[in-house]
Design a protein around this ligand. Structure first.
Ligand SMILES: [Zn+2]
Length: 128
């Protein structure tokens, strides 16, 4: 089931940023190893620095996202968590959460955050 593999968006972005940092360091380490070939060393260092800078940008982005996210208390584990968009998952127990009463009880799906879905929902329910 989808809910088992789904994790909170903020957590997902955060692990992506963490991976970027490791990739950056790996490239820089590669640069140190290949210091005999000067152009390769410089190239690897540039890639390494770029991915670390990128991950810093991603971290800043998470910061702004977290501020926009709605803080709630998870109904199933009763820990505070944050929601992004109309549907998201709890950061602690991966419980799918929704802010939209119309979606309550429906099977969890990432598509509920997409604009196209919202448009279609409007078409089907013009009074909403
Ligand atoms: Zn929870």
């Amino acid at each position: 089931m989808a809910r088992l593999v789904y994790s909170s968006k903020i957590n997902k972005i955060r692990s992506f940023a963490l991976i970027l940092i490791f990739v950056g360091f790996a490239f820089m380490y590669g640069g140190i190893l290949s210091k005999k070939i000067e152009w390769l060393m410089i190239l690897l260092f540039i890639i390494g620095v770029l991915s670390i800078v990128l991950s810093c940008i991603v971290y800043l982005w998470i910061g702004t996202l977290s501020m926009r996210a709605v803080p709630i208390v998870c109904p199933s584990c009763e820990k505070p968590t944050k929601m992004l968009g109309r549907v998201d998952a709890c950061m602690h127990c991966k419980q799918p959460l929704t802010l939209d009463k119309d979606l309550e009880g429906k099977e969890f799906d990432e598509k509920y955050n997409k604009r196209r879905y919202r448009k279609e929902a409007k078409k089907n329910n013009p009074d909403k």
